[in-house]
Design a protein around this ligand. Sequence first.
Ligand code: ATP
Length: 463
Amino acid sequence: MAHDKETLMEKIVSLSKRKGFIYQGSEIYGGLAGTWDYGPLGLALKNTIKSLWWKRFVDSREDMYGVDAAILMNQNVWKASGHVGGFSDPLVDDLVTKKRYRADHLLEDAGINPLGMTPAQMDALIKEKKVKSPDGNPLGEVRQFNMMFKTHVGALQDETSISYLRPETAQGMFVNFKNIIDSFHPTLPFGMAQIGKAFRNEIAPRDFNFRSREFEQMEIEYFVDPRSEEGVMKVFDELYTEQLAFLNDLGLPQSKVHTLEVPAADRAHYSKRSVDTEFDFPFGKKELLGLAYRTDYDLKAHIEASGVDLSYFDEATKQRFVPHCIEPTFGVDRLVLAVLSNAYTEDALGGETRTYLAFSPKISPVLAAVFPLLKNKPQLIEEARKVYSTLRKEFGARISFDDNGNIGKRYRRQDEIGTPYCITVDFDTVEKGAGVTVRNRDTGTQERIPVDELVNFLKKALG
Ligand code: ATP
């Protein structure tokens, strides 16, 4: 069924809140713009995404080293990385309402591609094309706005105590490069991986959790031998293929995933090659993942600023050099939104319209719900409880129990949160040993399955 573009997002936001996926941050105080709180189902989805990622990129490889660096870092890290001087977005004010906007976003909305433009160029275009604010008012001058959240560490608030909430997890890996070399003596190529929070004081957070001020990243800094450019590009392509394979793990269809080879003028200044992976979100095609060839920019910057040697000694050739780095980066919250919006489905079943989330069983927060057909029949409850506890031992909290309301209502409830299977214990189960009914979310059809085959049935569904 086709969705109205405007209302699809509203429906997703409302379902997310109603069903316990994602709530507005600090909601009872009117919220805090750009922050979102994950409820039990959203958290389950996020944790599954993170664990599938860790499994694919860290646990199943021999060349990856996981780290969990502190969010607060010495301010010199951010001076060296270039964030203090240059981590900024172009800001512009509505001269009447005083609301602030991203100048590049307003240009995009006006059908002008702002990529690669300086603030002065954007300013000139806004004036030339008479671009207005969304409220139809004139705009002020475009200026740069640093997006890092500044804070002070310790009791003294002076220049020396400044720190920042990290705007990316990447630097936590570069500053630990030497630690990994010294502790594990890896040979190139090898990578460091980290999952953690990042904070950006976005000028205009928008599109639900797509652009927030606090979000989570999953990043890899993959170090390669720069002496063979061909070798570096081969690794770059392999990492890109792995990024796509991960999206496939999450059940995201290839048809909604797009590759953007970022033109030189639009790349971050440190990147020699960037490939963004875009996704068809309900509000348009937008960046979901990134892949950047950061060269030796970061390690060299930290060598210069810290005076610490962050080079690598190649035993085979007896040469010492600074490795180059390729960075695949993933936004956890954007992946949650991609998975949620892709799963949102409306159809008609048995003559009734319904809403369901067509999650792949691999990522569905609830894999199966167990019901006794009737709530007031002790023998049905007892058997359903038995089935429930057997499945829970195997699949943990991804199995739920429901005896509230009639079966039809329970199916609707499970459909709305995307539960692929509903297992019902009825009289034939207890009186004839005829197994349970397993109802398929997508088709609404039921099949009978012997109780002792349920574990295998669900394992098979997980792939
Ligand atoms: P954008 O151009 O959309 O602002 P970016 O190019 O600045 O994104 P990166 O710096 O490459 O993003 O960050 C790596 C990843 O972190 C992005 O691909 C995205 O998935 C995620 N990310 C970045 N900013 C945000 C944000 N404000 N909210 C949620 N996720 C984000």
